[in-house]
Design a protein around this ligand. Structure first.
Ligand SMILES: *Cc1c(COP(=O)(O)O)cnc(C)c1O
Length: 471
């Protein structure tokens, strides 16, 4: 069991030997620093919502790791191999083979991005009044489950809700919670268990191999399917390699195949792990589910051999899949997240521990104990960080959690966080230093900060477009 945030394998102990990224930079994109006065105006015009800022007004963009990765020279070369035939593009067959080889599923349906695949799987298997247990909600996943008539039930381990708990696999499903749900509502009301690795809303926390193995046994006993949100599964498997007994000497690619072998299918936002700017897919082993999804994809996404992607997108994605599971890539990728986490931890700035795979999560409740949750402490913190430094982060708290569809009240999640999401292969260690120092400056000024008032609230996924005023 790992109890510190920085494992020895990262070389952070005495006698350290530094590691570096397994690539060098071939092309650069200039970024722009703004003045405080410019930022005051920009965030005010954006309604204190970092999603509404123009990227030209952002210095270091840590809004998301979604679609923001840097592609490799090989992926760019793949772009030139785009076969833009409407039907049966070469690139689709290469993509299909990459998914079958690396994830092991039989049938593939391409989609424009992850939520396209969530839509298809939800509509294909959820009936009105069904229950979908999962390891903490994700915004788009739960929304598609609800739109299909389902009721999401969180069955993640309790440790996931405690930002100070150092358990190594805080993404695990609590099998007791799952069993009591099955007892209460009946297995026939549960079309599938919705398992995500790593768990975004819990701070990028991984699921263990032992947990998915146990889940498989439980699901088989009750004849329930087990579907995986594979969006950050390569990163999840790096944590298994690092923390779970028996996996230290296995390559991530092998760990990934084993993990997926316990599940019946997966949906994927390739904009994360797969190092591309757009793309996604659904993959299942069940021919009936495949038939339904492949029939629906032509209604909502595009033909079943492109699903909303161009041929060149699919080629870059097929190459990205093979790069995403390379051990040295993951070591550098997660190593950079650890590096930022180590600086903030040394300065005693409250963050979710242990540090997860794709981001550092600042604990806004600890920054601003004087701001109540209905004054949006995490939204406030994200706007303060932008004002201080031009760094863009995102809220993961009460705004993201939305309203309860039955009562109409805010859902008050235990975690009120700001996510500093690190794009893959984009920023350097110096950018991480600047980021850590900016967070420290905001932390030092925490007592002089007040909350926000929401003045515009959209009906769906409100965090994207809501507007606020300063109190
Ligand atoms: C991003 C994401 C999705 C949705 O994918 P999009 O490509 O943004 O549509 C689903 N699940 C998780 C865990 C994600 O992070």
């Amino acid at each position: 069991m790992m109890t510190t945030t920085i494992p020895q394998t990262m070389g952070q102990q005495f006698g350290r030997r530094s590691w570096a990224e397994p690539w060098k930079i071939k092309m650069v994109e200039p970024i722009r620093m703004t003045t405080r006065a410019e930022r005051e105006q920009a965030i005010d015009e954006a309604g204190y919502n970092t999603f509404l800022l123009r990227s030209n007004d952002v210095y270091i963009d840590l809004l998301t790791d979604s679609g923001t990765s840097a592609m490799s020279d090989r992926q760019w070369a793949g772009i030139m191999l785009g076969d833009e035939a409407y039907a049966g593009s070469n690139n689709f067959y290469r993509l299909e083979k990459a998914i079958q080889d690396y994830y092991g599923y039989k049938y593939i349906v391409p989609t424009h991005q992850g939520r396209g695949a969530e839509h298809l799987i939800s509509q294909a298997v959820i009936k009105q009044g069904d229950y979908i247990p999962g390891n903490m909600y994700f915004t788009t996943t739960r929304l598609h489950q609800e739109l299909a008539g389902g009721i999401f039930v969180d069955v993640i381990v309790d440790a996931a809700h405690d930002p100070t708990d150092l358990s190594p696999f805080k993404g695990n499903i609590d099998l007791n919670k799952l069993e009591s749900l099955i007892e209460k509502v009946g297995a026939e009301k549960i079309p599938y268990v919705s398992l995500a690795g790593t768990v975004n809303m819990a701070g990028g926390q991984p699921v263990s191999m032992a947990n998915v193995r146990d889940l498989r046994v439980l699901c088989d006993k009750h004849n329930i399917r087990l579907y995986l949100d594979a969006t950050r599964m390569a990163e999840n498997c790096f944590f298994i390699q690092e923390r779970e007994e028996g996996y230290a000497d296995k390559p991530v690619a092998e760990i990934l195949r084993e993990f997926c072998s316990y599940t019946d299918g997966a949906w994927m936002s390739s904009k994360k792990d797969h190092l591309v700017n757009i793309g996604g897919w659904l993959a299942v082993n069940d021919e009936d589910v495949f038939d339904k999804a492949r029939n629906m994809v032509v209604v909502y996404e595009g033909l079943h051999t492109y699903g909303g992607m161009s041929g060149r997108d699919m080629e870059a994605l097929a190459i990205g899949i093979s790069e995403s599971v390379q051990d040295d890539h993951l070591r550098a990728r997660i190593g950079q997240v650890y590096y930022l986490g180590e600086l903030l931890t040394d300065w005693q700035i409250p963050i979710v521990q242990p540090v997860g795979g794709h981001a550092i999560f600042l604990d806004a409740k600890k920054f601003y104990p004087h701001i109540s949750q209905d004054k949006f402490p995490a939204q406030t913190l994200a706007s303060e960080l932008y004002l201080e430094s031009g760094i863009r982060a995102m809220e993961r708290g009460v705004v993201s959690a939305g309203r309860d569809p039955e009562t109409g009240d805010h859902r008050y999640p235990a975690l009120e966080l700001v996510r500093l999401t690190i794009p893959r292969r984009v920023y350097t260690q110096a950018h991480m230093d600047v980021t850590a120092e900016a967070v420290r400056a905001v932390y030092e000024n925490r007592e002089n900060t007040n909350g926000l008032n929401m003045v515009y609230e959209p009906d769906y996924l409100r965090f994207f477009q809501a507007r606020f005023e300063r109190l």
